[in-house]
Design a protein around this ligand. Structure first.
Ligand SMILES: [Zn+2]
Ligand SMILES: [Zn+2]
Length: 179
């Protein structure tokens, strides 16, 4: 994992004191994440608003985050902004502590070591899961003209008319031949 995409939450003050917690509102810069063939680019930092609690056996991170991402429309290829606001609710266990059995928490518990928790993978995963199947700049996006490539949301093209004209011209030619 690239260092720069980490969203590190400091837990040095609570990790050894069960029952303690603190609230954090902070912005983090994210590097682009890959969504299949698409790249999700962050227009604004990820604003995290969470409570981080030591509940004895795990550190619980619960709250929400919001950001704005940039995507390419699947129909017209224009770049558009999409606001994202999602919940985050994760449990982390300290791999350095022998007495903690991660099986207690099931497969959902996420391991950590040291004085910080990196929630960037969960943020990225949540964003990817929230994306609609078809990424469109708007529901009624007209897309690009198959013939000339013009963005039909922005301008009209003459392609259909041209097609008709060509047919008319050919018809005319045929008629003229017959004469
Ligand atoms: Zn579009
Ligand atoms: Zn066209």
């Amino acid at each position: 994992m690239v260092k720069s995409i980490m969203i590190e939450l400091d837990i040095s003050k609570i990790k050894n004191s069960p029952g303690t917690k603190y609230h954090l509102v902070k912005e983090f810069k994210m590097q682009p994440i890959q969504a299949g063939l698409e790249e999700v680019i962050f227009n604004t930092p990820v604003r995290l608003d969470v409570s981080i609690a030591n509940n004895g056996r795990s550190i619980a991170v619960a709250g929400s985050f919001e950001t704005k991402i940039k995507l390419a429309c699947g129909r017209c290829l224009e770049i558009f902004d999409m606001p994202v606001r999602e919940e985050i609710n994760e449990f982390y266990y300290n791999t350095g502590k022998q007495e903690i059995n991660p099986d207690e928490g099931g497969e959902d518990w996420i391991p950590f070591r040291g004085d910080s928790i990196d929630v960037a993978p969960e943020v990225a995963r949540t964003i990817l899961a929230s994306l609609p199947m078809k990424l469109l700049c708007r529901d009624d996006c007209r897309g690009l003209c198959q013939s000339c490539g013009k963005n039909l949301n922005v301008e009209k093209c003459d392609c259909n008319k041209d097609d008709i004209d060509i047919r008319l011209v050919k018809l005319k030619q045929l008629l003229e031949k017959d004469e």
